[in-house]
Design a protein around this ligand. Structure first.
Ligand code: UD1
Ligand code: UDP
Length: 373
């Protein structure tokens, strides 16, 4: 039987791979297995639990303050033995994490076919985002099938010389996931209490490696300035579990009653917080895909984005990591209702929620042609 192994290890990969796994598991004439590297531990487990995914193998590699080389070597060593034992026809990886790149590389060394979900995103600046831009370009070199979320991503792959027949435009599987999680009736005590006080909720996330140090300090200082300047806002910040981020967030924002430093939210909570927030400040990649389909303006605290579609439709704006610019751009959105409405009414460029079906149809085709060979 044709065997496919999905390999992932972090929260965003799990959220966007889950709909593909659920779709794959409907087809009993292909064997689907799951390996998690657990590059993230708690943040991965939150997603596995929500989507009811039980891995066949868990490499459990996460270390506190892990390094990129540490993650890479730990995965390669553990994964190789499993790939030799399981002999899959194809592995599926997602996006741009070190788990995705390392898994693709290990599979390639064993001449196992690699299919890449969320292929073709590019900034063409290898240090922004770091190391994700290099990771996804390197996966692009190794992959046999490229599942591109948008036409722009397909174009990027064609410009790099990838054969047309290996690229399939699918939409982004994050939209498939959102369709399962977002509910208009969703309530949460924190949201209720902000609403009762007639305040606007700003959702904040920050975790990028290239922002560690001065840029992250700027992001948090800007948040402080905003809360001090506007008495009708409350900031909800589900803090990434990286100890460096936790420490700095507590140090700069810990004394403010209108800043809620909370643990990472479950995916269902986070998606609904996102849908119900007034605006989002983030350096995340995935949130740039989710917010446009929920009609929530996003100020992206980065200098580059691999998701230009959201900028083009007007939901996203790149604001960089300077304290004054973040404060000025957020203030404009808070003060100017017309501007706010324009950003909030833009349409979703990331697909129709059927990306997983398109991906699985292509995998079924590969299985069939393998059978006929
Ligand atoms: C990783 C990915 C990044 C992705 C992000 C999503 C790489 C190089 N980076 O970055 O592309 O955008 O995930 O969140 O692949 N930690 C915990 N528990 C957890 C998760 C993390 O304690 O559940 C702490 C650990 O101390 C860990 C640190 O966070 O060492 C950093 O985790 P790591 O996966 O290396 O980096 P992220 O910034 O999460
Ligand atoms: N997310 C979540 N809980 C949180 C914060 C984010 O479930 O507390 C989800 C979010 O909806 C998105 C994904 O995690 O699907 C994004 O993860 P992150 O920003 O860590 O990574 P990136 O997308 O930048 O790789």
């Amino acid at each position: 039987m044709y065997k496919v192994i999905a390999i992932f290890g972090t929260r965003p990969e799990a959220i966007k791979m889950a709909p593909v796994i659920q779709e794959l598991k409907k087809h009993h004439h292909i064997e689907t297995k799951i390996i998690v590297t657990a590059q993230h531990r708690e943040m991965l487990d939150q997603v596995l639990e929500y989507f009811d995914i039980v891995p066949d193998y868990d490499l459990n590699i996460m270390k506190v303050n892990q390094t990129l080389v540490g993650v890479t070597t730990a995965i390669m060593q553990e994964l190789e033995a499993l790939l030799i034992q399981e002999k899959p026809n194809m592995i599926l990886v997602h996006g741009d994490t070190t788990t995705a790149f390392t898994s693709a590389m290990t599979a390639y060394y064993h001449q196992i076919s690699v299919a890449h979900v969320e292929a073709g995103l590019r900034t063409n600046n290898k240090y922004s985002p770091f190391p994700e831009e290099a990771n996804r370009q390197l996966i692009g070199v190794l992959a046999d099938l490229h599942f591109a979320p948008t036409n722009q991503a397909k174009q990027n792959l064609l410009e790099e010389g990838k054969p047309l027949e290996t690229i399939i435009v699918t939409g982004n599987t994050s939209i498939d996931a959102l369709m399962k999680t977002v509910n208009d009736d969703y309530r949460h005590p924190l949201i209720d209490s902000i609403r009762q006080k007639q305040r606007r909720m700003i959702l904040l996330t920050a975790h990028r490696r290239e922002n560690f140090g001065e840029s992250m300090q700027n992001i948090f200082m800007a948040t402080r300035d905003l809360v001090e300047a506007y008495d009708d806002i409350e900031v909800v910040f589900p803090v990434h579990l990286n100890p460096l981020i936790k420490q700095l967030a507590k140090q700069v924002l810990g004394d403010l009653s209108r800043v809620h430093l909370i643990p990472p939210l479950d995916v269902i909570d986070f998606h609904n917080f996102l849908g119900q927030s007034y605006l989002v400040l983030t350096d995340s990649g995935g949130i740039q895909e989710e917010a446009p389909s929920l009609g929530v303006p996003v100020l992206v605290m980065r200098d580059t984005t691999e998701r230009p579609e959201g900028v083009e439709v007007g939901t996203l704006k790149l604001v960089g990591c300077h304290r004054e610019t973040i404060v000025a751009e957020t203030s404009r959105l808070l003060d100017d209702l017309e501007l706010y409405k324009r950003m909030a009414s833009a349409s979703n460029p990331y697909g129709d929620g059927q990306a997983s079906i398109r991906i699985v149809n292509k995998i079924l085709e590969s299985a069939l042609s393998n059978q006929n060979d």
